[in-house]
Design a protein around this ligand. Sequence first.
Ligand code: XBP
Ligand code: MG
Length: 239
Amino acid sequence: MTLPAAVIFDVDGTLVDSERHGHRVAFNVAFEERGLPDRWDEATYGRLLEITGGKRRLTHYLLDKGYPQDQASSLAAGLHARKTELFRQLIDAGEVPARPGVTRLLNELAEAEVPVAIATTGSRAWVSPLLERLFGLDRFTVILTGTEVPDRKPDPAVYVEALERLGTPAGEVVAVEDSANGLAAARSAAIGCLVVTNDYTAGQDFSRAALVVAGFDAPEAATAVTLQTLAGILARPES
Ligand code: XBP
Ligand code: MG
């Protein structure tokens, strides 16, 4: 079995099911604190997730509501800064747990000495404390966030930079994602991709994924996602 030279994980929706009861809640508290009537219910937020990057998501939403560009940009920046603080508080309160099976898989990769990287659109200000709290930062050879790589998924920039820093060719690496935007970014970087869906992304187009499962652990995944699963993806980077 040829092992991957590295495995690159997405964060939101993949390592953690963080959107519905995490980021969305923090956005709503930021609206409320600013005295705004806006609240993103679960369905609305699911639609807004099409826009990657919390600040871009806010700007798009405010422009859609008729705010002029300069007001939308400055209000989005202020709301996003506060939302990031609030999401960090949720992390510190233990409100953003790892998805089942993630720690087991990370342990398997560590035992096999397969380097693990992070490629997320999320902001460094909460990504680092989340990874430290849940897994320990020393597990990750490379951590790239939307702070270091501002071109957001489906742009492949974060994956291209991760390959560069890992010093590994795309054909020897496996990406693990949850969304169509993330899959598109990985495939544009010519990386084979496992998709682990969640209840926001389950209905999206994953036709270019090597494998799609509903979770890392059986029975959701039919069979648990293991090192062998990831090695198998190298052989068939796209279905
Ligand atoms: C998902 C995103 C992020 C989060 C919110 O990132 O698009 O923007 O929704 O985090 P990924 P920020 O799936 O690539 O991990 O508000 O910090 O952007
Ligand atoms: Mg994601």
